[in-house]
Design a protein around this ligand. Structure first.
Ligand SMILES: Cc1ncc(COP(=O)(O)O)c(C=O)c1O
Length: 480
Protein backbone atom coordinates (compact mmCIF):
# COMPACT_ATOMS: atom_id res chain seq x y z
CA UNK A 1 0.00 0.00 0.00
CA UNK A 2 1.37 3.39 -0.96
CA UNK A 3 0.79 5.67 2.02
CA UNK A 4 1.91 8.76 0.08
CA UNK A 5 -0.98 8.66 -2.36
CA UNK A 6 -4.03 10.81 -1.89
CA UNK A 7 -7.14 8.69 -2.42
CA UNK A 8 -9.95 10.32 -4.39
CA UNK A 9 -13.24 8.44 -4.53
CA UNK A 10 -15.23 9.04 -7.70
CA UNK A 11 -18.34 11.09 -6.86
CA UNK A 12 -21.86 9.63 -6.89
CA UNK A 13 -22.78 11.59 -10.08
CA UNK A 14 -19.92 9.87 -11.91
CA UNK A 15 -21.97 6.67 -12.06
CA UNK A 16 -24.93 8.29 -13.85
CA UNK A 17 -23.20 7.60 -17.18
CA UNK A 18 -22.86 3.89 -16.27
CA UNK A 19 -26.20 3.06 -14.66
CA UNK A 20 -28.79 1.45 -16.90
CA UNK A 21 -32.09 3.20 -17.57
CA UNK A 22 -33.77 0.43 -15.61
CA UNK A 23 -31.53 1.07 -12.62
CA UNK A 24 -32.13 4.80 -12.75
CA UNK A 25 -35.87 4.23 -12.66
CA UNK A 26 -35.79 1.86 -9.70
CA UNK A 27 -37.61 3.07 -6.63
CA UNK A 28 -36.73 1.93 -3.10
CA UNK A 29 -39.03 -0.75 -1.74
CA UNK A 30 -41.80 1.10 0.16
CA UNK A 31 -41.37 -1.15 3.19
CA UNK A 32 -37.65 -2.05 3.11
CA UNK A 33 -36.73 1.55 2.36
CA UNK A 34 -38.01 2.50 5.83
CA UNK A 35 -36.32 -0.40 7.67
CA UNK A 36 -33.31 1.68 8.82
CA UNK A 37 -35.68 4.01 10.73
CA UNK A 38 -36.87 1.10 12.86
CA UNK A 39 -33.42 0.96 14.44
CA UNK A 40 -33.76 4.49 15.85
CA UNK A 41 -33.74 4.17 19.68
CA UNK A 42 -37.17 4.65 21.21
CA UNK A 43 -39.12 4.11 17.99
CA UNK A 44 -42.07 1.71 18.18
CA UNK A 45 -42.32 0.16 14.75
CA UNK A 46 -45.66 -0.79 13.25
CA UNK A 47 -43.96 -1.02 9.90
CA UNK A 48 -42.99 -4.39 8.55
CA UNK A 49 -45.11 -7.51 8.38
CA UNK A 50 -42.52 -9.50 10.28
CA UNK A 51 -43.65 -12.75 11.86
CA UNK A 52 -43.13 -13.24 15.59
CA UNK A 53 -40.11 -15.58 15.90
CA UNK A 54 -41.42 -17.24 19.07
CA UNK A 55 -44.03 -18.94 16.87
CA UNK A 56 -41.29 -20.64 14.82
CA UNK A 57 -40.53 -24.24 15.70
CA UNK A 58 -36.72 -23.80 15.71
CA UNK A 59 -35.42 -23.14 19.20
CA UNK A 60 -31.66 -23.55 18.85
CA UNK A 61 -29.05 -24.66 16.38
CA UNK A 62 -25.80 -26.43 16.92
CA UNK A 63 -23.29 -27.58 14.33
CA UNK A 64 -19.79 -28.91 14.25
CA UNK A 65 -16.99 -27.66 12.02
CA UNK A 66 -13.30 -28.23 11.41
CA UNK A 67 -10.67 -26.37 13.36
CA UNK A 68 -8.27 -25.20 10.62
CA UNK A 69 -5.23 -25.57 12.90
CA UNK A 70 -5.83 -29.30 12.96
CA UNK A 71 -8.01 -30.87 10.27
CA UNK A 72 -9.08 -33.67 12.63
CA UNK A 73 -10.41 -31.60 15.52
CA UNK A 74 -14.03 -30.59 15.42
CA UNK A 75 -15.40 -27.56 17.14
CA UNK A 76 -19.03 -27.24 18.19
CA UNK A 77 -20.85 -24.00 17.60
CA UNK A 78 -24.08 -23.69 19.52
CA UNK A 79 -26.58 -20.95 18.74
CA UNK A 80 -29.10 -20.67 21.59
CA UNK A 81 -32.66 -19.48 21.12
CA UNK A 82 -32.10 -15.72 21.68
CA UNK A 83 -29.09 -15.64 19.31
CA UNK A 84 -30.89 -17.66 16.65
CA UNK A 85 -33.64 -15.04 16.15
CA UNK A 86 -31.72 -12.92 13.56
CA UNK A 87 -31.34 -16.05 11.46
CA UNK A 88 -35.06 -16.83 11.58
CA UNK A 89 -36.26 -13.30 10.85
CA UNK A 90 -36.16 -11.05 7.78
CA UNK A 91 -32.99 -8.99 7.74
CA UNK A 92 -31.42 -6.08 5.87
CA UNK A 93 -31.42 -6.26 2.08
CA UNK A 94 -27.63 -5.80 1.83
CA UNK A 95 -27.02 -8.61 4.31
CA UNK A 96 -27.08 -9.69 7.93
CA UNK A 97 -25.35 -6.77 9.71
CA UNK A 98 -22.89 -8.95 11.66
CA UNK A 99 -21.79 -10.84 8.54
CA UNK A 100 -21.54 -7.62 6.53
CA UNK A 101 -19.25 -6.16 9.18
CA UNK A 102 -17.07 -9.27 9.22
CA UNK A 103 -16.79 -9.40 5.45
CA UNK A 104 -16.09 -5.68 5.15
CA UNK A 105 -13.13 -6.08 7.52
CA UNK A 106 -12.03 -9.12 5.50
CA UNK A 107 -11.92 -6.96 2.36
CA UNK A 108 -9.87 -4.40 4.25
CA UNK A 109 -7.38 -7.09 5.30
CA UNK A 110 -7.21 -8.91 1.96
CA UNK A 111 -7.17 -5.92 -0.36
CA UNK A 112 -5.81 -3.05 1.71
CA UNK A 113 -8.97 -1.00 1.26
CA UNK A 114 -10.31 1.27 3.98
CA UNK A 115 -14.02 1.16 4.40
CA UNK A 116 -14.29 4.31 6.49
CA UNK A 117 -11.97 7.23 6.06
CA UNK A 118 -8.94 6.66 3.88
CA UNK A 119 -5.34 6.36 5.04
CA UNK A 120 -4.70 10.07 5.06
CA UNK A 121 -8.05 10.77 6.68
CA UNK A 122 -9.21 12.69 3.63
CA UNK A 123 -12.72 11.46 3.03
CA UNK A 124 -14.25 8.13 2.22
CA UNK A 125 -13.09 5.53 -0.27
CA UNK A 126 -16.73 5.23 -1.25
CA UNK A 127 -17.20 1.47 -1.23
CA UNK A 128 -19.23 -1.03 0.72
CA UNK A 129 -20.33 -4.65 0.58
CA UNK A 130 -23.63 -6.26 -0.43
CA UNK A 131 -24.48 -9.92 0.00
CA UNK A 132 -25.97 -12.06 -2.74
CA UNK A 133 -27.28 -15.58 -3.20
CA UNK A 134 -23.88 -16.62 -4.49
CA UNK A 135 -21.70 -14.29 -6.51
CA UNK A 136 -23.70 -15.29 -9.58
CA UNK A 137 -26.67 -13.41 -8.15
CA UNK A 138 -24.56 -10.28 -7.63
CA UNK A 139 -23.07 -10.48 -11.14
CA UNK A 140 -26.48 -10.86 -12.71
CA UNK A 141 -27.99 -7.96 -10.72
CA UNK A 142 -24.96 -5.76 -11.37
CA UNK A 143 -25.30 -6.44 -15.10
CA UNK A 144 -28.96 -5.35 -14.86
CA UNK A 145 -27.93 -2.23 -12.94
CA UNK A 146 -25.30 -1.26 -15.51
CA UNK A 147 -26.20 -2.47 -19.00
CA UNK A 148 -28.71 -1.04 -21.47
CA UNK A 149 -29.70 -2.97 -24.60
CA UNK A 150 -27.24 -2.13 -27.38
CA UNK A 151 -24.36 -1.27 -24.99
CA UNK A 152 -20.95 -2.72 -25.73
CA UNK A 153 -19.11 -4.57 -23.02
CA UNK A 154 -15.65 -6.10 -23.01
CA UNK A 155 -15.38 -9.73 -21.92
CA UNK A 156 -12.25 -11.78 -21.60
CA UNK A 157 -12.30 -14.76 -23.92
CA UNK A 158 -12.62 -17.60 -23.16
CA UNK A 159 -15.00 -16.45 -20.45
CA UNK A 160 -16.88 -18.06 -17.54
CA UNK A 161 -19.81 -19.71 -19.32
CA UNK A 162 -22.22 -18.61 -16.57
CA UNK A 163 -22.07 -14.97 -17.66
CA UNK A 164 -22.61 -15.50 -21.38
CA UNK A 165 -26.41 -15.92 -21.07
CA UNK A 166 -26.60 -13.01 -18.61
CA UNK A 167 -24.96 -10.66 -21.09
CA UNK A 168 -26.83 -12.18 -24.03
CA UNK A 169 -30.16 -11.58 -22.30
CA UNK A 170 -29.22 -7.93 -21.84
CA UNK A 171 -28.96 -7.59 -25.62
CA UNK A 172 -25.51 -6.06 -25.36
CA UNK A 173 -22.57 -6.53 -27.69
CA UNK A 174 -19.90 -8.72 -26.14
CA UNK A 175 -16.49 -7.68 -27.40
CA UNK A 176 -14.04 -10.51 -26.81
CA UNK A 177 -10.62 -9.70 -25.38
CA UNK A 178 -8.27 -12.67 -25.82
CA UNK A 179 -6.40 -14.20 -22.90
CA UNK A 180 -3.19 -16.22 -22.68
CA UNK A 181 -1.01 -17.81 -19.99
CA UNK A 182 -0.69 -14.40 -18.25
CA UNK A 183 -4.42 -13.75 -18.20
CA UNK A 184 -6.23 -11.07 -20.13
CA UNK A 185 -4.10 -9.63 -22.96
CA UNK A 186 -3.81 -5.97 -22.19
CA UNK A 187 -2.19 -5.23 -25.56
CA UNK A 188 -5.26 -6.62 -27.34
CA UNK A 189 -7.49 -4.61 -25.02
CA UNK A 190 -5.51 -1.49 -25.84
CA UNK A 191 -5.80 -2.17 -29.55
CA UNK A 192 -9.57 -2.62 -29.30
CA UNK A 193 -9.92 0.63 -27.36
CA UNK A 194 -7.55 2.63 -29.57
CA UNK A 195 -9.35 1.52 -32.73
CA UNK A 196 -12.87 1.90 -31.39
CA UNK A 197 -15.09 3.40 -34.15
CA UNK A 198 -15.96 7.06 -33.53
CA UNK A 199 -19.59 6.42 -34.45
CA UNK A 200 -20.11 3.78 -31.76
CA UNK A 201 -20.73 4.23 -28.04
CA UNK A 202 -17.60 3.18 -26.17
CA UNK A 203 -17.67 0.05 -23.98
CA UNK A 204 -18.64 0.79 -20.39
CA UNK A 205 -17.58 -2.46 -18.69
CA UNK A 206 -14.90 -5.12 -18.71
CA UNK A 207 -15.66 -8.54 -17.22
CA UNK A 208 -12.66 -10.62 -16.08
CA UNK A 209 -11.80 -13.52 -13.73
CA UNK A 210 -8.28 -12.65 -12.58
CA UNK A 211 -7.21 -15.66 -10.46
CA UNK A 212 -7.47 -19.28 -11.61
CA UNK A 213 -9.85 -18.22 -14.35
CA UNK A 214 -12.79 -20.42 -15.17
CA UNK A 215 -12.20 -22.00 -17.71
CA UNK A 216 -8.50 -21.38 -18.47
CA UNK A 217 -7.07 -21.68 -14.93
CA UNK A 218 -4.88 -18.69 -15.71
CA UNK A 219 -3.97 -15.92 -13.28
CA UNK A 220 -3.43 -12.45 -14.70
CA UNK A 221 0.08 -11.10 -14.06
CA UNK A 222 0.56 -7.91 -12.07
CA UNK A 223 1.80 -6.04 -15.16
CA UNK A 224 -1.33 -6.99 -17.09
CA UNK A 225 -3.57 -5.93 -14.21
CA UNK A 226 -1.87 -2.57 -13.90
CA UNK A 227 -2.20 -1.98 -17.63
CA UNK A 228 -5.88 -2.97 -17.62
CA UNK A 229 -6.56 -0.59 -14.74
CA UNK A 230 -4.66 2.17 -16.54
CA UNK A 231 -6.79 1.58 -19.64
CA UNK A 232 -9.97 1.59 -17.55
CA UNK A 233 -9.02 5.03 -16.26
CA UNK A 234 -7.98 6.31 -19.67
CA UNK A 235 -10.96 4.95 -21.61
CA UNK A 236 -13.49 5.30 -18.82
CA UNK A 237 -14.89 1.85 -18.14
CA UNK A 238 -15.71 -0.13 -15.01
CA UNK A 239 -13.94 -3.40 -14.22
CA UNK A 240 -16.18 -6.26 -13.09
CA UNK A 241 -13.65 -8.34 -11.15
CA UNK A 242 -15.21 -11.77 -10.67
CA UNK A 243 -12.91 -13.55 -8.24
CA UNK A 244 -14.33 -16.74 -6.69
CA UNK A 245 -10.92 -18.46 -6.91
CA UNK A 246 -8.98 -15.71 -5.11
CA UNK A 247 -8.37 -17.88 -2.06
CA UNK A 248 -7.39 -20.90 -4.17
CA UNK A 249 -4.19 -19.27 -5.41
CA UNK A 250 -1.40 -21.81 -4.93
CA UNK A 251 1.59 -20.59 -6.90
CA UNK A 252 4.96 -20.19 -5.21
CA UNK A 253 5.30 -16.59 -6.38
CA UNK A 254 3.66 -13.78 -4.40
CA UNK A 255 0.03 -13.39 -5.33
CA UNK A 256 -0.56 -10.41 -7.67
CA UNK A 257 -2.76 -7.73 -6.14
CA UNK A 258 -6.46 -7.71 -7.01
CA UNK A 259 -7.90 -4.89 -9.13
CA UNK A 260 -9.77 -3.76 -6.03
CA UNK A 261 -6.42 -3.44 -4.22
CA UNK A 262 -4.59 -1.86 -7.15
CA UNK A 263 -7.08 0.98 -7.33
CA UNK A 264 -5.65 2.50 -4.16
CA UNK A 265 -1.99 1.82 -4.90
CA UNK A 266 -1.74 2.80 -8.58
CA UNK A 267 -1.38 6.55 -9.00
CA UNK A 268 -3.40 8.37 -11.67
CA UNK A 269 -1.49 11.63 -11.72
CA UNK A 270 -0.58 14.61 -9.56
CA UNK A 271 -2.60 17.43 -8.11
CA UNK A 272 -1.02 20.35 -6.28
CA UNK A 273 2.26 18.50 -6.20
CA UNK A 274 0.84 15.33 -4.64
CA UNK A 275 0.22 12.02 -6.40
CA UNK A 276 -3.33 10.71 -6.19
CA UNK A 277 -5.20 7.51 -6.95
CA UNK A 278 -8.79 7.59 -8.09
CA UNK A 279 -10.97 4.81 -6.69
CA UNK A 280 -14.39 3.50 -7.68
CA UNK A 281 -13.84 1.82 -11.04
CA UNK A 282 -13.80 -1.72 -9.71
CA UNK A 283 -16.83 -3.74 -8.76
CA UNK A 284 -15.52 -6.89 -7.15
CA UNK A 285 -17.34 -10.21 -6.72
CA UNK A 286 -16.30 -12.76 -4.10
CA UNK A 287 -17.80 -16.08 -3.19
CA UNK A 288 -17.88 -18.32 -0.14
CA UNK A 289 -18.79 -21.22 -2.46
CA UNK A 290 -15.27 -22.50 -3.00
CA UNK A 291 -14.02 -22.11 0.57
CA UNK A 292 -16.97 -22.62 2.97
CA UNK A 293 -19.75 -24.33 1.05
CA UNK A 294 -21.33 -23.90 -2.37
CA UNK A 295 -24.68 -24.84 -0.86
CA UNK A 296 -24.68 -21.91 1.55
CA UNK A 297 -25.22 -19.72 -1.53
CA UNK A 298 -23.35 -16.72 -0.22
CA UNK A 299 -21.38 -14.38 -2.41
CA UNK A 300 -20.73 -10.68 -2.07
CA UNK A 301 -20.04 -7.62 -4.16
CA UNK A 302 -17.67 -4.88 -3.00
CA UNK A 303 -17.65 -1.58 -4.79
CA UNK A 304 -19.17 1.83 -5.30
CA UNK A 305 -22.18 2.67 -3.16
CA UNK A 306 -23.93 4.26 -6.17
CA UNK A 307 -24.01 0.90 -7.99
CA UNK A 308 -24.67 -1.31 -4.97
CA UNK A 309 -27.65 0.85 -3.95
CA UNK A 310 -29.29 -0.17 -7.26
CA UNK A 311 -28.22 -3.78 -6.83
CA UNK A 312 -29.87 -3.80 -3.40
CA UNK A 313 -33.07 -2.39 -4.91
CA UNK A 314 -33.07 -5.27 -7.41
CA UNK A 315 -32.61 -7.69 -4.52
CA UNK A 316 -35.45 -6.06 -2.58
CA UNK A 317 -37.69 -6.59 -5.64
CA UNK A 318 -36.53 -10.09 -6.54
CA UNK A 319 -35.87 -12.04 -3.35
CA UNK A 320 -35.78 -9.49 -0.49
CA UNK A 321 -32.39 -10.71 0.79
CA UNK A 322 -30.07 -13.70 1.08
CA UNK A 323 -31.30 -16.32 3.57
CA UNK A 324 -30.75 -14.95 7.08
CA UNK A 325 -30.15 -18.44 8.42
CA UNK A 326 -27.30 -19.32 6.08
CA UNK A 327 -25.78 -15.89 6.72
CA UNK A 328 -26.01 -16.50 10.45
CA UNK A 329 -24.38 -19.93 10.14
CA UNK A 330 -21.55 -18.48 8.03
CA UNK A 331 -21.10 -15.57 10.43
CA UNK A 332 -20.99 -17.74 13.54
CA UNK A 333 -18.35 -19.98 12.00
CA UNK A 334 -16.23 -17.08 10.71
CA UNK A 335 -16.57 -15.19 13.98
CA UNK A 336 -15.57 -18.28 15.97
CA UNK A 337 -12.52 -18.84 13.76
CA UNK A 338 -11.45 -15.21 13.45
CA UNK A 339 -9.45 -13.91 10.49
CA UNK A 340 -6.26 -15.86 11.21
CA UNK A 341 -8.05 -19.18 11.19
CA UNK A 342 -10.09 -18.19 8.15
CA UNK A 343 -6.87 -17.45 6.23
CA UNK A 344 -5.36 -20.69 7.53
CA UNK A 345 -8.43 -22.57 6.32
CA UNK A 346 -8.19 -20.99 2.85
CA UNK A 347 -4.49 -21.92 2.69
CA UNK A 348 -5.43 -25.50 3.59
CA UNK A 349 -8.07 -25.54 0.86
CA UNK A 350 -5.69 -24.15 -1.75
CA UNK A 351 -3.01 -26.71 -0.72
CA UNK A 352 -5.64 -29.45 -1.17
CA UNK A 353 -6.39 -28.30 -4.73
CA UNK A 354 -2.71 -27.81 -5.50
CA UNK A 355 -2.12 -31.45 -4.69
CA UNK A 356 -5.06 -32.43 -6.93
CA UNK A 357 -3.68 -30.21 -9.67
CA UNK A 358 -0.25 -31.84 -9.43
CA UNK A 359 -1.69 -35.35 -9.69
CA UNK A 360 -3.84 -34.32 -12.64
CA UNK A 361 -0.93 -32.70 -14.43
CA UNK A 362 1.34 -35.67 -13.82
CA UNK A 363 -1.19 -38.01 -15.44
CA UNK A 364 -2.05 -35.54 -18.20
CA UNK A 365 1.63 -35.42 -19.04
CA UNK A 366 1.93 -39.20 -18.93
CA UNK A 367 -1.09 -40.05 -21.07
CA UNK A 368 -1.43 -37.05 -23.38
CA UNK A 369 1.84 -35.20 -23.04
CA UNK A 370 3.83 -37.19 -25.56
CA UNK A 371 5.66 -40.48 -25.61
CA UNK A 372 4.35 -43.98 -24.94
CA UNK A 373 2.97 -44.18 -21.40
CA UNK A 374 2.89 -47.99 -21.25
CA UNK A 375 5.41 -50.57 -22.36
CA UNK A 376 4.67 -51.94 -25.82
CA UNK A 377 2.65 -48.89 -26.91
CA UNK A 378 3.67 -46.83 -29.91
CA UNK A 379 4.92 -43.33 -29.36
CA UNK A 380 2.05 -41.22 -30.70
CA UNK A 381 3.65 -37.87 -29.87
CA UNK A 382 1.89 -35.11 -28.02
CA UNK A 383 -1.89 -35.43 -27.83
CA UNK A 384 -2.57 -32.27 -25.84
CA UNK A 385 -1.06 -28.88 -24.94
CA UNK A 386 -1.70 -26.85 -21.81
CA UNK A 387 -0.29 -24.36 -19.32
CA UNK A 388 -0.24 -25.27 -15.64
CA UNK A 389 -2.89 -23.32 -13.64
CA UNK A 390 -1.76 -21.35 -10.56
CA UNK A 391 -5.15 -21.24 -8.90
CA UNK A 392 -8.66 -22.57 -9.21
CA UNK A 393 -9.79 -26.04 -10.19
CA UNK A 394 -9.47 -26.27 -13.97
CA UNK A 395 -7.14 -27.40 -16.69
CA UNK A 396 -7.68 -25.88 -20.12
CA UNK A 397 -6.04 -28.00 -22.76
CA UNK A 398 -5.91 -28.19 -26.49
CA UNK A 399 -6.50 -31.63 -27.95
CA UNK A 400 -4.14 -32.32 -30.82
CA UNK A 401 -6.36 -34.45 -32.95
CA UNK A 402 -4.53 -33.85 -36.19
CA UNK A 403 -1.28 -35.71 -36.65
CA UNK A 404 0.44 -32.63 -37.98
CA UNK A 405 4.03 -32.26 -36.85
CA UNK A 406 3.44 -28.56 -36.32
CA UNK A 407 1.15 -28.31 -33.33
CA UNK A 408 0.18 -24.73 -34.03
CA UNK A 409 -0.59 -25.15 -37.72
CA UNK A 410 -3.77 -23.31 -38.78
CA UNK A 411 -5.65 -26.51 -39.54
CA UNK A 412 -5.49 -27.46 -35.86
CA UNK A 413 -7.11 -24.18 -34.86
CA UNK A 414 -10.06 -25.12 -37.00
CA UNK A 415 -10.60 -28.33 -35.09
CA UNK A 416 -13.50 -28.30 -32.67
CA UNK A 417 -13.55 -30.41 -29.53
CA UNK A 418 -17.35 -30.58 -29.24
CA UNK A 419 -17.98 -33.80 -31.18
CA UNK A 420 -14.86 -35.36 -29.83
CA UNK A 421 -16.02 -34.78 -26.25
CA UNK A 422 -19.77 -35.20 -26.55
CA UNK A 423 -19.69 -38.22 -28.85
CA UNK A 424 -16.37 -40.05 -28.81
CA UNK A 425 -15.11 -39.30 -25.29
CA UNK A 426 -18.55 -39.91 -23.79
CA UNK A 427 -18.74 -43.27 -25.58
CA UNK A 428 -15.40 -44.10 -23.95
CA UNK A 429 -16.75 -43.13 -20.53
CA UNK A 430 -15.17 -39.75 -19.93
CA UNK A 431 -16.68 -36.26 -20.02
CA UNK A 432 -15.27 -32.74 -20.00
CA UNK A 433 -16.53 -29.43 -21.32
CA UNK A 434 -15.88 -28.53 -24.96
CA UNK A 435 -14.15 -25.15 -25.11
CA UNK A 436 -16.76 -23.62 -27.41
CA UNK A 437 -19.20 -23.16 -24.50
CA UNK A 438 -16.81 -20.57 -23.06
CA UNK A 439 -16.66 -18.45 -26.20
CA UNK A 440 -19.30 -15.71 -26.28
CA UNK A 441 -19.65 -15.99 -30.07
CA UNK A 442 -19.73 -19.81 -29.91
CA UNK A 443 -16.82 -20.22 -32.33
CA UNK A 444 -14.99 -23.51 -32.74
CA UNK A 445 -12.03 -24.41 -30.59
CA UNK A 446 -9.90 -27.51 -30.03
CA UNK A 447 -9.72 -26.63 -26.30
CA UNK A 448 -11.41 -28.53 -23.50
CA UNK A 449 -12.00 -27.64 -19.84
CA UNK A 450 -11.38 -30.37 -17.29
CA UNK A 451 -12.16 -29.91 -13.63
CA UNK A 452 -9.84 -31.70 -11.19
CA UNK A 453 -11.57 -30.74 -7.95
CA UNK A 454 -13.45 -33.96 -7.17
CA UNK A 455 -11.44 -36.81 -8.67
CA UNK A 456 -9.21 -39.18 -6.75
CA UNK A 457 -5.94 -40.39 -8.24
CA UNK A 458 -7.37 -43.59 -9.74
CA UNK A 459 -10.20 -41.69 -11.39
CA UNK A 460 -7.71 -39.22 -12.87
CA UNK A 461 -5.57 -42.05 -14.28
CA UNK A 462 -8.63 -43.76 -15.76
CA UNK A 463 -9.97 -40.48 -17.20
CA UNK A 464 -6.62 -39.73 -18.85
CA UNK A 465 -6.40 -43.25 -20.32
CA UNK A 466 -9.88 -42.84 -21.77
CA UNK A 467 -9.09 -39.42 -23.19
CA UNK A 468 -5.92 -40.78 -24.75
CA UNK A 469 -7.86 -43.64 -26.29
CA UNK A 470 -10.42 -41.14 -27.63
CA UNK A 471 -7.88 -38.84 -29.26
CA UNK A 472 -6.10 -41.78 -30.87
CA UNK A 473 -9.39 -43.19 -32.18
CA UNK A 474 -10.37 -39.84 -33.66
CA UNK A 475 -6.93 -39.45 -35.21
CA UNK A 476 -7.38 -42.83 -36.87
CA UNK A 477 -10.86 -41.90 -38.10
CA UNK A 478 -9.50 -38.65 -39.53
CA UNK A 479 -6.71 -40.38 -41.37
CA UNK A 480 -9.08 -42.86 -43.07
C1 LIG B 1 -15.96 -17.42 -12.49
C2 LIG B 1 -17.16 -17.74 -11.67
N1 LIG B 1 -17.96 -16.75 -11.27
C3 LIG B 1 -19.04 -16.98 -10.53
C4 LIG B 1 -19.38 -18.25 -10.15
C5 LIG B 1 -20.62 -18.45 -9.32
O1 LIG B 1 -20.28 -18.73 -7.98
P1 LIG B 1 -21.32 -18.68 -6.79
O2 LIG B 1 -21.44 -20.07 -6.28
O3 LIG B 1 -20.71 -17.76 -5.78
O4 LIG B 1 -22.60 -18.15 -7.31
C6 LIG B 1 -18.59 -19.33 -10.54
C7 LIG B 1 -18.95 -20.71 -10.17
O5 LIG B 1 -18.37 -21.67 -10.54
C8 LIG B 1 -17.43 -19.07 -11.32
O6 LIG B 1 -16.61 -20.04 -11.73
Amino acid sequence: MNGNLRIKALPTEFYDQFLSERAKNLKPSPIRGLYPLEKQPGVISLLAGKPEPSTFPFTSLSFTAKDPTDGNTEITIAIPRNELTPGLQYSDTAGLPDLLKWITALQELSHGRKHGRNVSGEGEEGWRVSMGTGSQDMISKSATALINPGDSILVESPVYAGVIPIFRNMDCKQIEVPTDADGIRSTSLKEILENWPESQKRPKLLYTVPYGCNPTGMTASLERRKEVLRLARQYNFIILEDDPYYYLYCDKATRPASYFALEVTEPCGEETGKAYAEVGRVLRFDSLSKVLSAGLRIGFASGPEAILRRVDMLTANANLQVSSLTQLIAFRLLDFWGYDKFFLHTRNVSAFYKQKRDVFERELQKWLGGGAPEEGECDEGRLAEWVSPEAGMFFWFKLLVETSTEPSSPSLEEQDSRTLIETHAFANGVLALPGTVFLPNGSKTPYVRASFSLLDENQVIEAMKRLRKTVLEVRNLDSK
